[in-house]
Ligand binder design. Structure first.
Ligand SMILES: Cc1cc2nc3c(=O)[nH]c(=O)nc-3n(C[C@H](O)[C@H](O)[C@H](O)COP(=O)(O)OP(=O)(O)OC[C@H]3O[C@@H](n4cnc5c(N)ncnc54)[C@H](O)[C@@H]3O)c2cc1C
Length: 291
């Protein structure tokens, strides 16, 4: 099928893109890599009178860092992130998540901003952003504002971005000290969206006690989520005393809106989710104590 007719705009600056968004409101949609939007338009699951192509806005692309954080421009391709040494060494969770996204041709076009703004509950990047307490910058004609990842994902495929706002960058804090990171997911075929998955970032002190443990869940509800009660309960625990399987079950025990479809029931997804938490926690802890 073909999309319904639209007017194509290619702004030359992010500010111009924001002006177009303000002018056309909910009749317009930003397009970046097109890997989620084009299938929806082609299948006529969505239709917009105006498409604003930001893929070539070089100001929105690239990876920069300072001593405390790494910032990734919204139109940076997923494949570029996967190849980046800065990302591999400073935000390992993002690097490891990248290879789980679809297949290389998709990552060659798909962008971090598109993935985060699209906010699929089973997608890897939104879960990584939430797990690492990333900050997201939005631009509109009124100016720029920063949104915490915890406030960003508001529902199934919906975010805190307004119709007149463009996502410009995602900033990840760098964790120092003895830390480990892991993402585990289960999908029926390599490259498919995960049935469920978990991200873990853990920091341990010199006595091998947990100093901080962030656990992100995906595919287990309408939005990516954090297992905050379990995270808090782990702080101060000796890592030798941790029962990872029990922690996995506890992390998913209170979930109430686990999706069910032809790929798996809610109960199945929940069981898989518990195992993914246990696996990710085990390998993150191993990496942290090797540090
Ligand atoms: C076969 C296939 C398999 C896939 N498998 C996976 C997978 O396993 N895991 C996964 O996470 N993803 C998967 N994807 C999706 C892929 O990661 C997409 O690239 C991503 O979801 C969207 O990025 P994009 O740059 O292509 O965005 P687009 O498709 O261009 O846009 C997606 C949405 O985000 C909005 N948007 C884009 N950029 C911005 C911005 N800067 N500011 C505001 N709004 C913006 C658009 O308006 C649109 O609503 C798959 C896609 C395909 C086709």
């Amino acid at each position: 099928m073909k999309p319904s007719a639209f007017e194509y705009h290619r702004p030359t600056t992010p500010e111009e893109a924001a002006e177009l968004l303000e002018e056309f409101g909910d009749e317009a949609k930003v397009i970046a890599g097109g890997q989620s939007l084009m299938p929806m338009l082609n299948l006529r699951l969505a239709a917009f009178d105006h498409l604003i192509d930001i893929a070539r806005l070089t100001e929105l692309s690239g990876i920069t860092h300072d001593s405390t954080s790494v910032t990734v421009g919204a139109t940076t391709k997923q494949a570029t992130i996967g190849r980046s040494t800065t990302i591999r060494t400073s935000v390992p969770l993002l690097s490891r998540a990248t290879s789980l996204i679809g297949h290389l041709p998709i990552r060659n076009r798909g962008t971090i901003g598109g993935s985060v703004a699209h906010a699929d509950a089973a997608a890897e990047y939104p879960a990584v952003a939430l797990t690492l307490d990333a900050e997201l910058e939005a631009l509109s004609s009124a100016g720029r504002r920063t949104i915490q990842a915890a406030e960003f994902f508001t529902g199934m495929w919906s975010t805190a971005l307004r119709d007149d706002e463009l996502l410009t960058k995602v900033t990840f804090p760098r964790w120092e000290g003895r830390s480990g990171y892991s993402i585990a997911e289960f999908s029926r075929r390599k490259g498919d969206f995960a049935l469920s998955g978990a991200c873990v970032a853990v920091k341990v002190d010199e006595n091998a006690r947990v100093e901080q443990c962030n656990i992100g869940l995906f595919g287990l509800g309408p939005v990516p989520m954090r297992a905050t009660a379990i995270e808090r309960s782990l702080v101060g625990c000796s890592i030798d005393a941790l029962e990872v399987r029990e922690i996995g079950h506890a992390a998913v025990a209170d979930l109430s809106s686990v999706p069910a479809d032809l790929h798996g029931s809610s109960a199945y997804r929940t069981r898989v989710g518990a195992t993914m938490v246990a696996r990710a926690l085990t390998s993150a802890l191993e990496e942290a104590i090797d540090d």
